[in-house]
Ligand binder design. Sequence first.
Ligand SMILES: *Cc1c(COP(=O)(O)O)cnc(C)c1O
Length: 454
Amino acid sequence: MAQGTARVEEGGEDPRRRIPRTDALLALPAVVAAQAGLGAQVVRGIVRAVQDRARRGEIAPEQVERAVLDALGARSASSLRPVLNATGVIVHTNLGRAPLSPAARRALQDAAGYTDVELDLTTGARGRRGAAARAALLAACPAAEDALVVNNGAAALLLATTALAAGREVVWSRGELVEIGAGFRLAELVASAGAWVREVGTTNRTHAADYREACADGAAGVLLKVHTSNYRIEGFTSEVGIAELAAIAHEHGLPLIADLGSGLLHPEQALPQEPDAAAALEAGADVVLTSGDKLLGGPQAGILLGTAETISRLARHPLARAVRADKLALAALEATLAGPMPPVLAALRTDPDALRRRTDALAARLGGRTVAHDGRVGGGGGAGVPLPGWAIALEEELAAPLRAGSPAVVGTVQGGSCLLDLRCVPVEDEEALVEAVAAAREQCLSHGVRGIVR
Ligand SMILES: *Cc1c(COP(=O)(O)O)cnc(C)c1O
């Protein structure tokens, strides 16, 4: 038997002997039924974990059966757990970026089985993969002549630079050599596939003449404009806009790629400084790249919008097959574009007064107080732009049990408080949040954590 902290009762037998055996637990009808949905391996893992808790003395042997059934009920076959995002950061890469709209979730379900992703059901002939997602993109962004969907934004950049400039130079401003999450550098990605990065200008200032000069020796394959989606350069700065860059590129017979990151197809009133695909295309970019799961509010995807000629060149490149989007992403993307406002946009456009009313009401129920708290766009755009709002301040000690709860609640710890921002918590999840806070409080009280009151 494993080492444990369960004490041998005085004069009695070791209570660990009373822990139900694995085969007995696996034979319970509810456990047998759960195996059909979760798989034998997952169920065995849950049974063992509960037995271990009993061996450590965290639960009594008599509670093991109940705990196994509870754990099975709460568990799906995937170990990813649902999270209530109370950080106020809308596109949070660590939390899976964009939460999907109900329409997109439904589309995922429908596409999960066999589906007509590459079959024309009227003629019975092979159909173009992703035709419906493409049509939805063109309807949402008429400035594009054609569209292509790939695995993610990085894949879109890889495909565009490789197909348009392999063996040649990608002309790129030093002020736009972005590093995104986990030390991932876009310039290294581009260089990895066989194009040469030709840096022009300086960190703070790049001029049209810098691009012209780089094009003069004939080594350039493409001009690239990258949106500095996660930082801002202020002070003595200058950059070349898309219209002027497109003119320089076209003078030299080269295409212009604009990597916008954020995924806005049109100007967004809540983020007036953020670039959008329609404007970039109208200004002359040959292809615009965006992510599907940032401000667009859809599934992970890389979206390429552009001229018919450029998109068809990219679609025919062998790499296009290696980075293609899966049927689930295509289905969810189409539903996001055609359906109701996705949660990301709702969170972005949250009215601060309405947020204040929700926050006050919930703070009163949770025994917290309302404090001013700015929300953030997070990944893909709006760098440094505060979204005025509010949060509920609770005892700092609640943060850890809230994260460990089910659903997990992730807030922020600031100035000795655990802050819960409701901007990204759907109204229908408020009761779950109230229950989660009550459970976290109970846990702190039972562990004698100081400063927690009922
Ligand atoms: C996020 C981002 C990318 C990468 O997109 P993923 O969908 O995360 O692969 C590329 N370029 C810019 C400017 C970005 O903001």
